[in-house]
Ligand binder design. Structure first.
Ligand code: SAM
Length: 329
């Protein structure tokens, strides 16, 4: 396709992650500081603005959207955005990543609006540990949210757990058993240097260690039928038929060379990498009467300038100024 978004390393981009707010009802230690100044609501792109950007991106090959934040369910009327995006011709897949706190109330409306794929973040099933990690209570609400998503018919439902040394060791087996019992796909994400806390490599509980625990204590695993060594998540399935697990090994097995993502922040900045140091200000363009062709050029420029990789494992790594909640995870 002549118009595809291809960067200078030949990577084709079809995946746009859209952050709909930087606000959050949790304060996960690995993601954001306790004290935080959120952006003014007027700074956030309206649903119409987001839909316009998506509509302009589709002819460039974007066909997959993930809504995220902050906590996306804190954005009022989110199902309306889902409905607007699902009507954009050429969008074949809309997903959502949520902490689940508000999901019990919204799952059905989101499903009815056209959302089918949902990732729910939960790092532990222990209420005290939960409070320690996210600095708030609410584990019961997240669990209610997961059950509401099941009742609404979401498929697949994936559970995201950040993998942090000193935390995750004790959580791997209970989370895996919980996921197997409820027919959910569990995904561990290696802890990345994008939060407010001081990060170092030794704080990451690595993919290999997770796999070893699962094989020893849950059931043997084999690469999933559709295992794709270039995909962000390494996917495995239990040999006893008890479901699948995924590991996003951003640190021990970076997948930058197969990255197909571009990001739009809640305040309308385009980023070609979670760890990008530069952004393109689409919001100013949208609000000053830019033509679609100018927005197209900006998206192309952003992808063209994408660097080779996040450099986390090198001395060249520079942490972005914004933390995860303000970029969109
Ligand atoms: N609030 C929503 C949620 O909790 O799923 C969406 C935004 S959150 C930033 C998206 C994902 O990023 C969550 O699964 C979260 O656990 C993950 N995340 C946040 N900080 C991270 C970090 N430093 N390393 C790895 N994953 C992180």
């Amino acid at each position: 396709m002549a118009d595809q978004l291809i960067d200078s390393f030949g990577r084709v981009h079809n995946n746009l992650r859209v952050s709909v707010t930087d606000r959050c009802n949790l304060r996960c230690t690995y993601c954001m500081p306790e004290e935080v100044t959120f952006m003014d609501r007027g700074e956030m792109l309206t649903f119409e603005e987001i839909t316009r950007v998506v509509g302009v991106a589709v002819p460039l090959g974007i066909d997959k959207i993930r809504l995220t934040g902050g906590e996306p369910l804190m954005r009022r009327d989110l199902p309306r955005l889902v409905e607007m995006l699902s009507q954009v011709d050429g969008i074949r897949d809309i997903g959502l990543t949520t902490n689940g706190i508000l999901l019990a109330d919204q799952a059905q409306a989101l499903y009815d609006a056209g959302l089918r794929r949902i990732n729910i973040s939960i790092d532990t099933l222990d209420p005290a540990r939960f409070r320690q990690l996210v600095r708030r209570d609410g584990l019961d609400k997240v669990l209610d949210g997961i059950m509401a998503a099941k009742r609404a018919g979401f498929e697949p439902i994936k559970i995201n757990a950040v993998s942090i040394r000193g935390v995750t060791e004790t959580e791997v087996v209970p989370l895996a058993q919980f996921a197997r019992t409820h027919g959910l796909e569990l995904r561990f994400i290696e802890y990345m240097p994008i939060g407010a806390d001081h990060w170092e490599r030794s704080k990451v509980y690595f993919a290999d260690e997770i796999l070893e625990q699962l094989e020893k204590n849950v059931a043997p695993l084999v690469p999933a039928d559709n295992y794709d060594p270039r995909a962000p998540a390494m996917e495995f399935q239990y040999t006893d038929g008890g479901g699948r697990i995924g590991i996003i090994a951003s640190i021990s097995r970076p997948f930058c060379m197969s990255c197909n993502r571009v990001r739009l922040t809640a305040d309308g900045k385009l980023r070609n990498c979670l760890f990008a140091l530069d952004e393109i200000d689409l919001k100013s363009m949208l609000r000053s009467g830019a033509a679609d062709s100018q927005i197209t050029d900006a998206i192309r420029r952003n992808v063209r300038d994408k660097w080779e990789g996040h450099e986390i494992n090198t001395s060249r790594f520079t942490k972005p100024l914004r933390t995860m909640h303000a970029i969109g995870g």
